[in-house]
Design a protein around this ligand. Structure first.
Ligand SMILES: CC(C)(COP(=O)(O)OP(=O)(O)OC[C@H]1O[C@@H](n2cnc3c(N)ncnc32)[C@H](O)[C@@H]1OP(=O)(O)O)[C@@H](O)C(=O)NCCC(=O)NCCS
Length: 159
């Protein structure tokens, strides 16, 4: 488990990262619906937990602030979802969760971490490029979008 600065009477309680459980799915869904125009269904999160993907929560004072989902195997890891609650963005939590997923990938001896991102999602693109991901290519029409489809950038980071 990762943890932030020491807690004291004058500083906020520290965040920490822990494994997601089925009991978290409702709270995760609340954030998911506010974060994405085309959110994952509850069933997708439940399936990710059931099949044993890396499902992680970042929380403070028992409040879910964000989550990350990763699938791994055969020397590769794929980040499937990375999300921070709107009110908690811009405080380093997205980067922290990303680094956690990268560290988990190293632990299972993955050689490469892959992810897809909408080119229009410049906040996320900037985060990934600054974390050492490189653009590998484009998946045409990968995402649903208002009035059609949007391409995905395929990014990878070698470990
Ligand atoms: C992408 C996301 C996870 C980033 O989370 P966050 O906690 O706000 O990110 P951090 O505070 O850790 O910032 C990390 C980096 O993201 C980028 N970033 C963050 N906020 C930004 C903003 N408003 N504009 C541009 N870049 C921004 C910066 O590169 C930043 O690094 P820096 O602080 O060193 O400049 C968050 O915006 C989110 O949940 N978005 C909705 C879901 C989503 O799109 N997920 C990605 C799917 S591929």
């Amino acid at each position: 488990m990762s943890s932030a600065a020491e807690q004291s009477d004058t500083t906020p309680a520290p965040w920490h990262i822990r494994k997601m459980t089925v009991a978290d799915v409702n709270g995760v869904m609340e954030i998911e619906h506010r974060a994405y125009p085309f959110p994952w269904s509850e069933g997708i999160f439940r399936d990710c937990l059931r099949v044993g993907y890396g499902c992680w929560i970042v929380e403070r004072n028992d409040e879910i602030l964000g989550y990350g989902i990763m699938m791994a195997g055969a020397g590769e890891a794929h980040i499937l979802n990375l999300c921070v609650k709107p009110e908690s963005r811009g405080q380093g939590l997205g980067r922290m969760m990303l680094e956690h997923l990268i560290n988990q990938s190293r632990r299972i001896r993955a050689q490469t971490v892959f992810l897809e991102v909408r080119p229009s999602n410049q906040t996320a693109v900037k985060l990934y490029l600054s974390a050492g991901f490189n653009e590998l290519g484009v998946r045409k029409g990968y995402y649903p979008a208002d009035g059609g489809r949007e391409d995905a950038l395929i990014l990878a980071r070698h470990l």
